[in-house]
Design a protein around this ligand. Structure first.
Ligand code: KG4
Ligand code: ZN
Length: 365
């Protein structure tokens, strides 16, 4: 008989409390039976960014409710699960701890195996959940705390080809929004403003394009924006709606150009070794940006590479990706015990050192 596995996944590494149940029978496509995400944007909005202590407290308060909702939406009980998967890092340590403690309690109470999952692995394996992509493939993970190109070779086998050396692009979008008086999270707000702007009105740099390889830098863009904004204010005494739209459009185009060019280079590196598996997948909140998606899609088309972009709700933080990554780990015979630790930093590629800049905002992913 072909085994059906049902995994409960928990996610609490940043500012979303999430629980989900994913089921898979044999090698059939996995199915998301429920996916609950309780965001905290309203709790942090007054502070202009995620406050770790507030986030941790909110996770502790909401995790139980989240699990209850995920089970009831799936029409299942805890005793129907085969294992509990939980984000054990990287992330804001208070939140990760809240999730790990909750998962340990549930696993111990129900007598179920416990599986610690790397949050970045959750994002990186999502194309297998949504599109049944086979290994290997190239993944661009671009979010509020991370930006990296990963060669995904297996459930627990990742090679980092390059990434940001300072800010993540989502972080740069968020800072840009703050500098222009737009709401958080900044990405959608800047994208909406950019619609009415001229991307060529202000000239933004394209950092690190003169350097070989696929490392990136985004902190200079935010500094450039600050200077341009201050110059306009000094000249006119303030910013018009039009100025703000032009600044947003110029900034967004610069981020899109850098991501597109570096993706082209990462694809060259990837395809040289894996010509028979031409797949580029994206994940992370920044992959929700239309302009960025379009540019990446066109790079993939130019290189005859299949472009996989999971639906938005599965690009941003969620627990279905954690349940699915846990399912793959469980199938491969892996499980943790009650010594599972919460890790603020946990690089996916064990051969490459953790970069200071990557995720310094708080190790989001
Ligand atoms: O993956 P995510 O939900 O959370 C983590 O960072 O793990 O990504 C959130 C980030 C935020 O910085 C947000 O501003 C950015 O993704 N973002 C966007 C867009 N939507 C979300 N950036 C650019 N354009 C968007 N449409
Ligand atoms: Zn994430």
């Amino acid at each position: 008989m072909v085994a059906t596995l049902k995994i409960l996944g928990l996610e609490s590494s940043c500012d979303d409390t999430a629980a989900s149940i994913v089921r898979q029978t044999g090698t059939d496509p996995a199915e998301i039976m429920s996916s609950v995400v309780l965001g905290q944007t309203d709790l942090h909005s007054a502070f202009g960014g995620v406050v770790p202590e507030i986030a941790a407290r909110a996770h502790t308060e909401k995790l139980d409710l989240c699990v209850e909702q995920a089970l009831s939406q799936a029409g299942l009980a805890l005793s129907d699960m085969d294992a509990i998967a939980v984000t054990a890092g990287p992330g804001l340590i208070g939140g990760v701890l809240a999730g790990v403690m909750c998962a340990k309690g549930l696993a111990m109470g129900a007598g179920l195996p416990l599986i610690g999952v790397n949050h970045l692995a959750g994002h990186a394996l999502t194309p297998r959940l949504t599109d049944q992509v086979e290994y290997p493939y190239l993944m661009l993970l671009a979010s509020g705390g991370h930006c990296q190109f990963l060669l995904v070779r297996g459930t627990d086998d990742f090679i980092r080809l390059g990434g940001t050396i300072d800010d993540a692009p989502g972080e740069a979008f968020d800072k840009t929004a703050r500098l222009l008086g737009l709401p958080q999270p900044g990405g959608p707000a800047v994208e909406a403003e950019a619609l009415g702007g001229d991307p060529d009105h202000y000239t933004f740099p394209r950092p690190l394009l003169d350097r070989e390889g696929c490392d990136m830098s985004f902190s200079g863009l935010k500094t450039a924006l600050l200077r341009m904004r201050d110059k306009v204010i000094a000249g006119k005494g303030g910013l018009t709606r039009r100025d703000r739209a032009d600044l947003c459009a110029g900034f967004q185009m610069a981020v899109a150009d850098v991501l597109a060019e570096k993706t082209r280079r990462a694809l060259d590196i990837y395809l040289a070794e894996n010509p028979d598996q031409p797949v580029l997948a994206v994940a992370g909140g920044v992959a929700a940006n239309r302009m960025i998606r379009l540019k990446l899609e066109s790079v993939a088309a130019q290189k005859n590479v299949c472009f996989v972009a999971p639906p938005l709700a599965l690009c941003t933080d969620n627990a279905a990706m954690i349940a699915y990554a846990g399912l793959e780990r469980f199938r491969s015979g892996f499980s943790d015990d009650m010594t599972l630790a919460a890790r603020p930093r946990w690089p996916l590629d064990r051969t490459s050192p953790t970069l200071l800049g990557s995720g310094k905002k708080g190790a989001k992913a």
